[in-house]
Design a protein around this ligand. Structure first.
Ligand code: IPE
Ligand code: IPE
Ligand code: MG
Length: 249
């Protein structure tokens, strides 16, 4: 990314936390008469670029949807390809993430994965813990319903009173603020069981760009769109200068 485009972004209107539904790998491959698996491979490359870019522009938290709790319903060969890619990415990319100052968290129901995979996740998280440049949450076998359910179950098991703050502390993303901006690539306008609790007041941004084609410029377009949004959180807009001078007259 060029220095110029960094300067164009208004840092006071930058989202602290961006969540991304990385959709469209399969269609990207099909359009090129390639197998869907090759779309997923290029999807990993796209993610590497976006991670680097987030660290450069100063987005503090990035949460990406890599595999949903419903994605097990895909053909077994595709599920296997994705699992192989996750293992490879964890092995190959963790040292680079550590070098870039990224703190990695893998969030989701990891009980479904092999011991090998869970060990790799624990090692990658340990290698990157304490880094502060960017918190990267990779949602793997994640579902928003699973997340709320496991948090409620943890509260019940601990005999804790069920309050909003207590539930939030038990969610998979307890270490990150709620996302300010959700980007979904691939043209669909839905949440697909991603962060159901945490997206309550998130700004939504949908683009037809397929995930493997989504680069720094497309990301900056989403940031620029976010910077123009007026967030109200159920309140009324902050008084404008014109309102204030009318009130004073
Ligand atoms: C997103 O791309 C990646 C995962 C869900 C793992 P898809 O594989 O859903 O791509 P499309 O939507 O079929 O194009
Ligand atoms: C959402 O994409 C999940 C991920 C990107 C990992 P899907 O492709 O699974 O979503 P649907 O099936 O179109 O809703
Ligand atoms: Mg899809």
């Amino acid at each position: 990314m060029s220095k110029k485009s960094v300067e164009k972004l208004d840092s006071s209107r930058l989202p602290r936390h961006v969540a991304v539904v990385m959709d469209g790998n399969g269609r990207w491959a099909q359009r090129r008469f390639l197998p869907r698996s090759s779309g997923h491979k290029f999807g990993v490359d796209a993610l590497k670029k976006i991670v680097r870019h987030c660290a450069e522009v100063g987005v503090g938290h990035l949460t990406v949807f890599a595999f949903s709790s419903e994605n097990w319903s895909r053909p077994p060969e595709e599920v296997q390809t994705l699992m192989d890619l996750f293992v490879k990415a964890l092995e190959r990319e963790s040292p680079e993430l550590a070098r870039q100052g990224v703190q990695l968290h893998v969030v989701g129901d990891l009980s479904a994965f092999s011991t090998e995979m869970r060990t790799l996740v624990a090692q990658a998280e340990a290698l990157t813990q304490g880094n502060t440049k960017l918190v990267l949450n990779v949602a793997l076998n994640y579902g928003g319903r699973w997340d709320m359910l496991q948090a409620a179950q943890a509260l019940a098991a601990a005999g804790e009173p069920i309050t909003e703050a207590a539930l939030t502390r038990h969610l998979a993303l307890a270490h990150s603020p709620d996302p300010d901006l959700l980007i979904r690539t691939g043209g669909e306008h839905r949440i697909s069981n991603f962060l159901l609790w945490q997206l309550a007041y998130t700004e939504l941004y949908f683009t037809d760009v397929l995930w493997p084609d989504f680069g720094a410029e497309a990301f900056d377009a989403a940031l620029a769109d976010f910077a123009r949004r007026q967030r109200r959180f159920g309140g009324v807009p902050a008084a404008t200068t014109a309102d204030k001078s009318r009130a004073a007259a």
